[in-house]
Structure formats: structure tokens, C-alpha cells
Design a protein around this ligand. Structure first.
Ligand code: SAM
Length: 271
């Protein structure tokens, strides 16, 4: 995948792009990420990227010309072809007013060949960018940040770790929180699935939050790892994990239960 980030703060990305899986994916050639300094596409002495809003009001607005000029040489297909799905490209404007970014969207974006992330600043971006240049506006949550850079970093990290080969154990990305189709196996009553090769392949979230994880030591300052995880009974471990995932989802994100795939036994556990 090729990703382009458009920003007035290119140095901001030094951290997020140079650690962990995002770095590894670039080193492995799975992702090529380029950061474009918007000020390079200005034509005045002061490298002006913003201006006052028409109609008055607070703050400054990012001007359209540098953003259009920055995308021009990227060789993207036309907006019409991108929106038709004729090409695997998407131009994304980071915006608090955008569609909420989710794991489902991350999976969709991970299938594309190219994404462009435009980071807003100040009071926002001239609306013509959303109307005529970007294919979609994405928000990373219902709060207002000072710029789109953190959002772009969040989206890139979520997408990059879904690129085939980016995460060492690929199965782990299929059974995480929010992941609708958690395993390749068919879910049976009681949250079991048809795979029989151990507990980890069978406890995927199927749209729920992840189950709790523990590691050594089994006893730590009087806090014990649940006995069921130590006894080696895979069937019991599966059931316990499913129950915990259900309970945690009910407690922290009951909204997810509406669209999750629940067996009859799951429903009983929730009562
Ligand atoms: N006036 C805008 C509003 O009320 O919706 C907020 C502008 S914000 C201060 C500046 C920039 O930060 C936005 O153009 C956008 O790129 C980015 N931004 C702020 N909150 C965001 C969010 N929740 N998700 C994604 N980007 C966000």
C-alpha cells in the first residue's frame, strides 16, 4: 500500500511512523508512506497556507490551492473513478465532522492500493476540498483536536497492521476487539467454532470486545490468574473467554451487542 500524508507539520510524523508495526511494514516493503509538506505548495514569500473565513467568524481556514496543488502530481485517478471503486485509491480528509473511523473501515482501507490523508488545522479546511477533492471525511472520535495529524497517524496504524504480513501472527488481528468475522471457523453454540487446534483460534470477538489476557507470573502480589486458564482444558478456556468478552462488552460497550453475532448460549450468559 502507498500512503500519502498532507500536512503543515511534516515532522510530527517522525514518531508515529518510526516505531513498531508501522515501521516494520515500511521496512518489509508492505507500506510506502510519504509525508508532504503543504507549505511547499504555496507561492508567496510567507508560504501562506491559511486565510480568514468568508462571511466572518473565528479563526483561520486552510486555503484550497496548496492542497489541490499538492495532490496534483501524485498521479491519482479522477475523483469519479475513485468514488466508483474503479481504482483502489481513496483521498481522505481528516475532520471532526466526518464519518466515524472504525475497525471495519480500517479493514476496507487496508484492501486499497493507495490512501491519501489530508490533515486540517485552524478552524478547518476550505469546504471545496471536501466537496471536490476528497472522497470521504473521516473522524477518529467525537471530540475536537487541533489538527488532523493525530487522526492520520491513528488511521495509518490501524490500517497498516491489517496489511497481510505486517503482524507476525496474522490470526491475532482476526480475533481482536471490534473485528466482525473473528475466525475462519463457523461459530457454534457456546461461542465455540469448528477449528480444533487450541483455544486461541476459537475465542474471537465476532464484533465484541476482546477477552482478557494474562501472562506470567500466575500469582502476582496476591492477584491470581483465573484458574481456568491454567488447567489446560481448551473447551473450558474457550467458554470462559467468550463469557468474559460478552460481560466486558455489556459493561463497557453495550451498543456493540446489537450487531454482534450471538449464539443462544451467548444470550443466556448475558441474562
Ligand atoms: N471547526 C471544526 C469543527 O468544529 O468541526 C474543528 C476544526 S479542528 C480545530 C482542526 C482540524 O483538526 C480539522 O480540520 C481536522 O483535520 C482535525 N480534527 C479535529 N478533530 C478531529 C477528529 N475528531 N477527527 C479527525 N480530525 C480531526
Amino acid at each position: 500500500m502507498k500512503a500519502d500524508i498532507v500536512t503543515i507539520f511534516p515532522d510530527f510524523f517522525r514518531g508515529p511512523l518510526e516505531y513498531g508495526i508501522t515501521r516494520r511494514a515500511q521496512e518489509m516493503g508492505l507500506a510506502k508512506i510519504e509525508v508532504h509538506d503543504l507549505r511547499r505548495f504555496t507561492h508567496d514569500r510567507h508560504r501562506t497556507v491559511d486565510d480568514r473565513p468568508f462571511g466572518g467568524g473565528e479563526g483561520m481556514v486552510l486555503k484550497p490551492e496548496p492542497i489541490f496543488d499538492c495532490l496534483q502530481p501524485l498521479g491519482l485517478a479522477s475523483r469519479e473513478r475513485r468514488l466508483d471503486g474503479a481504482v483502489g485509491e481513496s483521498v481522505i480528509l481528516l475532520s471532526a465532522q466526518g464519518e466515524r473511523f472504525t475497525q471495519k473501515l480500517a479493514a476496507e482501507l487496508a484492501k486499497l492500493e493507495r490512501i491519501v490523508l489530508i490533515c486540517g488545522r485552524y478552524e478547518g479546511v476550505d469546504e471545496r476540498v471536501a466537496d471536490f477533492l476528497a472522497d470521504r471525511e473521516l473522524s477518529i472520535g467525537d471530540y475536537v483536536l487541533s489538527g488532523g495529524e493525530l487522526g492520520a497517524a491513528v488511521i495509518l496504524e490501524a490500517v497498516t497492521r491489517l496489511l497481510p504480513g505486517a503482524v507476525g501472527n496474522e490470526a491475532s488481528t482476526r480475533q481482536e476487539s471490534f473485528t466482525a468475522q473473528a475466525t475462519g471457523g463457523e461459530v457454534r453454540e457456546g461461542g465455540e467454532d469448528t477449528e480444533k487446534d487450541g483455544p486461541d483460534s476459537t475465542c474471537g470477538s465476532n464484533g465484541l470486545l476482546d477477552y482478557p489476557h494474562y501472562t506470567r507470573p500466575a500469582e502476582f502480589r496476591g492477584m491470581s490468574v483465573p484458574e481456568v486458564l491454567i488447567n489446560g482444558n481448551h473447551q473450558q478456556i474457550r467458554r470462559w473467554r467468550r463469557e468474559q468478552a460478552l460481560k466486558k462488552t455489556l459493561r463497557n460497550r453495550p451498543d456493540l451487542l446489537e450487531s454482534a453475532t450471538l449464539s443462544d448460549e451467548d444470550k443466556k450468559l448475558l441474562i
